[in-house]
Design a protein around this ligand. Structure first.
Ligand SMILES: NC(=O)c1ccc[n+]([C@@H]2O[C@H](COP(=O)([O-])OP(=O)(O)OC[C@H]3O[C@@H](n4cnc5c(N)ncnc54)[C@H](OP(=O)(O)O)[C@@H]3O)[C@@H](O)[C@H]2O)c1
Length: 341
């Protein structure tokens, strides 16, 4: 294996910054790490926002904002090297997974990941479809738990998924449907059919039917769409509701704007104010993606069914700029990068 590899890298931050194909050094795996030859890696909305500097202050403290910046959390590929202290994986294993935010992400020929951020790939799911699942799935599982929704508590309960036509939403619909929840989806007109296929009982075009027109009868609400809609969603929770979780909260923006300490304090204060609006006993959460080995293993078991409904658009790694444009313009289907072998 070469000590250098090709990566789609940003040399600076900016809303219109373009990733360049760069030859970068590839570090050897440390204890507990593996090296994966990336066969496919998704471009998620967070990548597009991070290139513009979103989250830079907090990610900087975590060492994840260095230039050249290689973005990308999730991947499917083959293990090419194994560090010490990795019992379960060997060179040649086909794996997939998601790593935490870093500046040495998965939009590259090779990526170094901690072994617990990888699991063996299920048979029968092509790498490009598999690579588009982990980041979204792990976030959705966390959002469901944050909102107090579990397999046991979901059965027969009315749940509203706002922004259901995207990567997070379509997975949430499938999980909730499998758990027996009665799901209402709000989405753009083009996604109505996909939401129904993913298990929504009702799929509503958010541009035609405002949230305020819905009855206040939901046991849980999930906001994957727009922070501006937070108040309207909380107003739809019924007495005795389980809770609400949002992935579109202002936490990273607060830190970018105010710095770590004042940003963290503003976040705590804001969250407390919003929590006061949910019915007594209900949870209120700002969900943050975090790798989770147990949930990843669960995804490996369930991936075949999610892949059947997934829609992706593949791009060569050298066309990463177009893939970023695809996500930025919110074109249908997740953009997935395919690095050269
Ligand atoms: N906090 C975290 O750790 C975390 C993790 C993952 C994702 N996220 C964020 O969560 C959001 C969803 O992620 P995603 O991957 O699902 O994004 P996505 O694939 O772009 O999907 C977002 C969906 O929301 C829809 N939408 C936009 N505004 C809406 C509105 N007012 N009402 C109803 N639907 C609306 C869009 O439909 P149209 O295109 O038709 O408008 C789109 O289908 C993104 O903002 C992402 O950055 C946060």
């Amino acid at each position: 294996m070469s000590s250098h590899h090709l990566a789609a890298a940003f040399d600076g931050y900016g809303a219109s910054a373009v990733p360049q194909l760069r030859r970068l050094a590839l570090p050897a795996p440390q204890r507990g790490e593996i090296v994966v030859r990336v066969q496919a890696a998704a471009v998620n909305p967070i990548d597009v926002r991070r290139r513009g500097g979103y989250g830079r202050k907090l990610f900087g403290l975590l060492g994840a904002a260095r230039l050249p910046l290689v973005l990308g959390n999730d991947y499917a590929g083959m293990v090419t090297a194994v560090g010490a202290g990795v019992p379960g994986l060997r060179v040649g294993d086909a794996v997939f997974g998601a790593k935490p935010p870093s500046s040495a992400g998965t939009h590259a020929q090779y990526v170094v990941v901690r072994a617990e951020h990888a699991v063996l790939r299920p048979r029968g799911v092509p790498a490009p479809l598999l690579a588009a699942l982990p980041y979204n799935y792990l976030t959705v599982r966390r959002a469901l738990a944050d909102a107090g929704i579990e397999r046991a508590s979901a059965h027969g309960r009315a749940v509203l998924v706002h922004g259901a036509g995207g990567g997070l939403g379509l997975l949430a619909l499938q999980i909730l449907n499998a758990w027996g929840a009665h799901v209402t989806a709000t989405c753009g007109a083009a996604a109505i059919d996909s939401c129904r296929r993913a298990g929504a009982l009702h799929a509503l075009d958010y541009r035609r039917l405002p949230l305020a027109g819905l009855p206040r009868r939901f046991a849980a609400t999930l906001n994957f769409a727009d922070w501006e809609d937070e108040a309207a969603l909380l107003a739809l929770l019924a007495p005795g509701a389980l809770g609400h979780a949002t992935t579109v909260h202002p936490m990273l923006g607060n830190v970018d704007r105010l710095g770590l300490l004042r940003g963290a304090l503003a976040t705590l204060r804001q969250r407390r104010q919003w929590r006061a609006r949910v019915p007594a006993g209900a949870r209120y959460a700002w969900t943050v993606f975090r790798p989770d080995h147990a949930a990843l293993a669960q995804l490996a078991d369930e991936a075949v069914s999610y892949a059947a409904l997934a829609s992706i658009t593949p791009y060569d790694l050298s066309d990463a700029a177009q893939a970023f444009q695809h996500v930025e313009q919110r074109r249908p289907g997740r953009a997935v990068l395919l690095p050269p072998a």
